[in-house]
Each structure stands twice: as C-alpha cells, then as structure tokens.
Write a protein that binds this ligand. Structure first.
Ligand code: FDA
Length: 389
C-alpha cells in the first residue's frame, strides 16, 4: 500500500489539470488511468488541433439541472487563465470562429504542456492501471491490478460515456452512486440526429451537402453550419441543438438565415418569371438541396400562385423536423447529465456528504456548448478541486 495526499482517477483534461494544481500546492498526488496514454480525448479533439477554450465563456453556455452551478468555477479559473498557460508554453494558436481557440499545430502540444506541468509539480502518473476496488475508512483506498494506494482526498475524473471504444466508462457515475451521491439522467449530447420515414427519404440523397442554417430547439437558436448525413443531420448547428433536444420533440430550421424567403420568391416571380423554382432556389441554396426542394414544382415561377410560393417560403424559413433519435454515445462528443450538482460544492467540487471526495469534468452534470466550452469546464472544475484536495 502506497500513501498519497490525493489520488485522482482519470488522466484526462480535468484530471491532469487537477493533478498539476494540487501538485503545485505541494500535495503528494497520484494520477491513475486505465488507458495506455494520458489525455486521449484531447489528442483527437478539434480534428486533432484541440479547440481548448472559448473566449466567450460564460455560464449561459453550459447546460445543467442547476444553471448557476458552473458560475463559481468558471470565474475562478477562466478562459484567460488557460490561454495564459498555453502562452507560457509558447503553443501557437488562433481563433477559428465564434471565440473558438485552436492550436495552430497538433493537440499533442496541449497534452505535452499538461504533462510537463504535472511533472514539474511532482505528480506521480501511472497509466495502464485497472482499478479493481475503491473504499473508504479513515482514508480512501484504491486497489488496482498493480497494487493498492491510499489518500485523504479522492478525485473522480474519469469523464463521461461518449466514445466507449476509446475506453470511456461510467466509472465515476457508478462510484458516485456507491458513495451515495445522486446522478441525473444521462444522454448523448453534441451528437448527430437521426430521422426516419419521409424526412429521411428527403435527407439521405443529400448526404454530404452542408449550408448555414439557424437551428432552433425550444427558445435556443444556433446559427452555424448544418450537414446532411445518410442517417439524418449533423454539423455544428445540429450538434448544438442535440444537447437540448428530447425524444419526441421537433426542431425548427431556417434554411435561409437573414433572408425573408417569401419576399425573395415573390420578387423572383416578377424578375425571373420564366425560371423554374429549383433554378431560383439554386441562387441561395446548395444545388442538390435546391433540386430536391424544387422538384415538386417543375413549373415556371411566373405560373406559380403566390400562395404556393408562400408555402415554399414557410418550408425554407421555418421548417419543422422531428428526429427519431441520435447516433448515440458512439458518435456523441460529450455526455449530458452526470453527478448531480446538488451534491457538490460549486466552489470546490467536493461532495458535501463525503468530505475528501471530489467530482470534476464531464462526470459532473455540466455540459458545455460546442466550441471549446467542455474543455474549459474540465480546466475550471479540475483547477478548483486542485486548490483544496
Ligand atoms: P476525459 O474523457 O478527457 O478523461 C477521462 C479519463 O479517464 C480518460 O483518460 C480515461 O482513459 C480515464 N478513464 C475512464 N474510465 C476509467 C476507469 N474505469 N478507470 C481508470 N481510468 C478511466 N471539447 C472541447 O471543449 N473542444 C473540443 O475540440 C472537443 N473535441 C472533442 C472531440 C471528440 C471526438 C470528443 C469525443 C470530445 C471532444 N470534446 C471537445 C469534449 C472533451 O473531450 C471532453 O469534454 C473532455 O475531455 C472531458 O474531460 P474529462 O477529463 O472530464 O474526461
């Protein structure tokens, strides 16, 4: 049995940040992971360039049963703090769009940075350790297939359920339940949506077509790109609304954001009366989509009644679609839901009922929008726990 001050389970984004922060305070930190490498989701994130934070980080960019919970941690360790760390390590980066900061080069630089900070803080990182048992008497005790460890603080940082083939598990959720902490309903989030029936028949032949839309679910709307897939819809706008969508609900799509579709079509009826509808739609939509939407009206614009054009406009500006489901955890960027925030301190992420137990990162019921917000939550929550664990 080896003794530490802090044992952190999971060497992902939140675990690495927590380890370097606790280590920097002089705590003896053990960081354990069952995988062969640390930070594997960081490595594949952002198409290999890691969208590591967002300059527009604010609490309203996060979903949770308690929308106020993330405020404290996000304020204590900000996007600017993480950017300062990236700059200290001279990692070149750029803003891609909408405040999203990406590495110019490989995401490997971010993992190397976190590992260097952990190393400097004396963190004992052990990979390829299968955790077999966790218990608590006067100290926490963690047994693995390669020996046992004890500590006064235990941090659950094993992430969520998305991408099980990369080793994602519900380990933190199960362990939290065993310690008596409530866990909210979990679901795939930031995930492509699937369709069936007539809607899928329209979408399938359009697979690969992308365009800018406004996608709406309830009161929240996102103006970003949407992509047709062979199973339905994806792309940033759809991933964003997928986190809000619940089975049975409809979404509204504006396929011509910023354009009054009815005014446009009625004007073209006058200015291009001999053109077919699909040709006119091709002025403002990708060709294949224009063909598909105009296919039913192979008449010249001048012969189409205003009422028919208004109906087409309605289908462009306020198109209601009803997903049949999602592509599930295999394709979800994150898990929605997690350890109930009601059981945790928003300042330290410590469980109120189990002193010394902390839950950080994606395992907590805090889910960011697409765009670097989930990593920022991992950094902020990991750092806050690292100040006290
Ligand atoms: P994370 O998943 O990073 O780490 C968990 C660690 O625990 C892993 O190292 C894992 O091996 C380990 N573990 C799991 N079960 C265990 C067990 N039973 N025993 C021991 N160890 C165990 N976010 C963002 O902000 N910008 C982006 O660009 C992207 N891009 C992106 C792309 C893709 C394809 C995915 C799947 C996800 C993203 N994300 C993202 C989301 C982001 O990766 C995610 O929110 C954070 O990695 C969560 O950090 P955590 O540390 O909580 O979990």
């Amino acid at each position: 049995m080896q003794d530490f001050d802090v044992v952190i389970l999971g060497a992902g984004a939140a675990g690495l940040m927590c380890a370097m922060a606790a280590g920097a305070r002089g705590r003896r930190v053990l960081l354990l992971d069952h995988a062969a490498q640390a930070g594997s989701k960081i490595l594949i994130s952002g198409g290999g360039r890691c969208n590591f934070t967002n300059t527009d980080t604010a609490p309203d960019r996060f979903l949770s049963d308690n929308p106020h919970f993330a405020k404290s941690a996000l304020k204590r360790y900000t996007a600017r703090d993480f950017v300062a760390l990236v700059e200290k390590h001279r990692i070149p980066f750029h803003e891609k769009t909408l405040g999203q900061l990406f590495c110019d080069g490989s995401a490997r630089a971010v993992v190397a940075m976190l590992l260097a900070e952990c190393d400097a803080a004396g963190v004992d990182l052990r990979l390829n350790h299968r955790i077999t048992e966790v218990s608590r008497a006067d100290r926490f005790r963690v047994d693995t297939d390669r020996g046992g460890f004890s500590a006064t603080s235990l941090v659950l940082a094993t992430g969520g359920l998305s991408i099980p083939k990369m080793g994602a598990t519900g380990f933190s959720l199960d362990l939290a339940r065993r310690f008596g902490l409530p866990v909210t309903a979990t679901r795939p989030a930031l995930v492509p949506l699937t369709f069936s029936g007539e809607e899928l028949e329209l979408m399938q032949p359009l697979s690969g077509v992308s365009l800018e839309v406004v996608a709406r679910c309830g009161r929240q709307a996102f103006r970003e790109a949407m992509l047709f897939t062979h199973r339905g819809l994806s792309g940033p706008a759809v991933l964003q609304v997928s986190s809000l969508w619940r089975p049975g609900e409809s979404l509204t799509l504006d396929l011509l954001p910023g354009t009054d579709a009815a005014a446009f079509l009625l004007e073209r009826k006058c200015s291009r009366p001999r053109a077919e509808l699909r040709t006119v739609l091709g002025e403002v939509l990708p060709g294949r989509l224009a063909q598909a939407l105009g296919a039913g009206a192979a008449q010249e614009m001048g012969n189409l009644p205003d009422k028919a054009l208004r109906a087409v406009a309605e289908g462009l500006g306020r198109r209601r679609v009803t997903p049949s489901g999602t592509e599930g955890y295999a394709k979800a960027e994150v898990m929605g839901g997690g350890v109930d925030t009601a059981a945790l301190s928003s300042r330290t992420l410590e469980a109120a009922a189990v002193p010394g137990l902390y839950v950080v990162g994606e395992a907590v019921d805090v889910t960011g929008w697409l765009g670097g917000y989930n990593f920022q939550w991992a950094w902020s929550s990991g750092w806050c726990a690292g100040q006290v664990a």
